[in-house]
Design a protein around this ligand. Structure first.
Ligand SMILES: C[S@@+](CC[C@H](N)C(=O)[O-])C[C@H]1O[C@@H](n2cnc3c(N)ncnc32)[C@H](O)[C@@H]1O
Length: 377
């Protein structure tokens, strides 16, 4: 099979990760432990917060502050093969720093070193593949900069089946939007790409939950017909067969999504996080590719769209981000929701002292002194 190679490509050997999974050592990067710094069990009448580790053995969703390179190995012992759906929207290698005032929120520059970005992404994909359940689905959100490399990487990690029927590639989703200006020396770049892969040929996909009514729009040279009861049908013949669809029949959306707007400056959904994605985008993914109570993972959760929707739809979730602003923004979003399931806030053991010392939340759940960060789009 074709494989992408870069300078100093290092293959994460399965044995190293198994070692981490057994918690029996491994190298320093892979043996960190997560500790709970806050447990949140909202009461029905008001949302009470307790800054103590949870004593309950019942499931608690998890909001984890930390670098994914330590957090994902730390999740392996408990969650290898157990995550039903992963959506990630990692740094795109934009060459930019995203700031809040003067403060760096996250850096996406990579010193223009594509090799180091690819190694970083590759290690992420390998770990996420291990966390994914055998029937799990994986969505990777990127743009024109590195999608083409990522697809080859994903084929390596998930496997390649030429006809798309086995494990691996399912869709290259084009999310088209209208934000930003228009280039004059090339066509305007107005889409992101979301790569959809599955771990095996058995996976959940609920077209009926995300389908739209066929309606009265003519498509694909179809002929409109009206039966004796006045019902409208669209028909088309292909390979000697006639296909007929009622106006009220449902159509699975295509892989080009142009019906979900980007978040404009004054969009009520906006919570000030630079690279926030629209709820509708991630909701479509969760509705199509997960069931109630399924476990959803996003290790670059930013403003918390994925855990927010997962909670709203009754899924369990694990969300991670290395940024303090991301964690406080996500926390605020979760607590503001109509439905708040118990969750814990965790960090890596080494960071626990710092987290206690530096994080204090104001009444809105934001970290004190925090301001909104600049819009990226
Ligand atoms: C494109 S943003 C995600 C935006 C998010 N999907 C949303 O809708 O708000 C990428 C996120 O990845 C986080 N990030 C970057 N490198 C990371 C790392 N090594 N570990 C964990 N999070 C990281 C950044 O802090 C940032 O919040």
């Amino acid at each position: 099979m074709a494989e992408i190679i870069w300078f100093n490509k290092s293959k994460p050997e399965h044995a190293e990760f198994s070692q981490a999974a057994n918690n029996s050592g491994g190298n320093k990067l892979q043996s960190k432990v997560l500790v709970t710094t806050e447990s949140i069990s909202p009461q029905p009448d008001n949302q009470q917060l307790a800054v103590t580790p949870t004593s309950s053995t019942a499931w608690h969703n998890r909001l984890i502050r930390g670098d994914k390179q330590y957090v994902l190995p730390a999740l392996l012992p408990e969650f290898a093969g157990k995550v039903n759906l992963i959506y990630i929207d990692p740094p795109f290698m934009t060459g930019r720093d995203f700031k809040s005032g003067e403060r760096l929120v996250y850096s996406d520059t990579w010193h223009s070193n594509l090799d180091s970005y690819l190694q970083w992404l590759y290690e992420t994909l390998v770990l996420l593949h291990q966390l994914l359940a055998p029937t799990g689905s994986f969505y990777l959100h990127l743009d024109w900069r590195v999608t083409h490399y990522a697809r080859v990487l994903l084929d390596e990690v998930f496997g390649f089946s030429g006809n798309g029927g086995g494990p691996g590639f399912k869709n290259e989703i084009i999310w088209q939007y209208q934000s930003g200006g228009r280039a004059r020396k090339r066509f305007a770049r107005k889409h992101d790409t979301i790569l959809f892969y599955t771990k095996s040929s058995r996976y959940c996909f609920h077209a009926e939950r995300i389908s739209e009514r066929r309606g009265d729009v003519k498509r694909n040279h179809m002929r409109k017909e009206v039966d004796s009861d006045g019902r409208v049908y669209w028909t088309i013949s292909s390979n000697g067969r006639i296909y007929s669809y009622g106006e009220d029949s449902l159509m699975t959306p295509s892989d080009v999504w142009n019906d979900i707007s980007h978040l404009h400056q004054k969009d009520p959904e906006r919570n000030g996080y630079a690279t926030q994605k629209p709820t509708a985008l991630i909701e479509r993914i969760l509705l199509a590719s997960s069931e109630e109570h399924d476990l959803i993972l996003d290790c670059f959760c930013g403003s918390g769209v994925t855990p927010g929707i997962a909670q709203h739809l009754g899924r369990r979730w694990i969300a991670c981000d290395q940024g303090e602003l991301a964690i406080s923004t996500t926390r605020t979003r979760l607590l503001a929701a109509a439905r708040v399931d118990p969750f814990v806030i965790q960090c890596l053991e080494d960071d626990a002292v710092d987290a206690h010392a530096s994080t204090s939340y104001d009444s809105t759940g934001r970290t004190k002194g925090e301001t909104n960060i600049h819009d990226a789009s």
